[in-house]
Design a protein around this ligand. Structure first.
Ligand code: ZN
Length: 169
């Protein structure tokens, strides 16, 4: 006996609603399956992620190596050079900075390794006539670090000493 003959109108409506619900479920499942990356796509994504990770790692390694090279240059530099006249000249220099509402200072910088020491306050004489560190014949890194400490940069000097005196790994 064909089913339709035994189905009332409400039964037909119910049957159609059920069919509709099943169709929708099947459609949703199909969409979900479509959104999932295929194995091939997943491999591509994994590969791209790996390339990205490797790039980040090599950038980090490169940055660390650059810092180490810089520190090595700084530790191995005498911060001085032989003068043709036979004596040794330190290579520290600096220029006066005059920020608003702050004491004028200079940053001692080695002309050879480019190492920068913590800030040192300018004397009134240095402010009017220039820093001219070369006129202080016998100063060395220790004198400049002490001057920086006297300028209130005790923490910066301590941090600098830690790096400067650290043995390269
Ligand atoms: Zn130097």
């Amino acid at each position: 006996m064909p089913e339709t003959e035994t189905m009332s109108v409400p039964d037909v409506m119910k049957f159609l609603a059920e069919q509709n619900r099943q169709n929708q479920e099947a459609l949703l499942a199909a969409i979900k399956e479509l959104k999932k990356p295929s194995e091939f796509e997943q491999r591509k994504i994994d590969k791209e992620n790996e390339v990205l990770r490797n790039k980040q790692m090599s950038r980090l390694t490169e940055a660390k190596a650059e810092v180490e090279r810089k520190e090595m240059r700084m530790r191995n530099c005498p911060h001085a050079a032989a003068h043709p006249m036979g004596y040794t000249m330190h290579l520290w220099g600096g220029q006066a900075h005059t920020p608003a509402n702050q004491p004028a200072y200079f940053v001692p910088t080695c002309g050879r390794c480019q190492t920068q020491l913590p800030k040192v306050y300018c004397t009134p004489e240095q402010l009017t006539q220039g820093i001219n560190l070369y006129t202080y014949k016998n100063i060395g890194i220790e004198d400049l670090l002490k001057a920086a400490e006297h300028s209130g940069n005790v923490k910066e000097v301590k941090e600098f000493r830690e790096i400067y005196n650290r043995k390269a790994a």
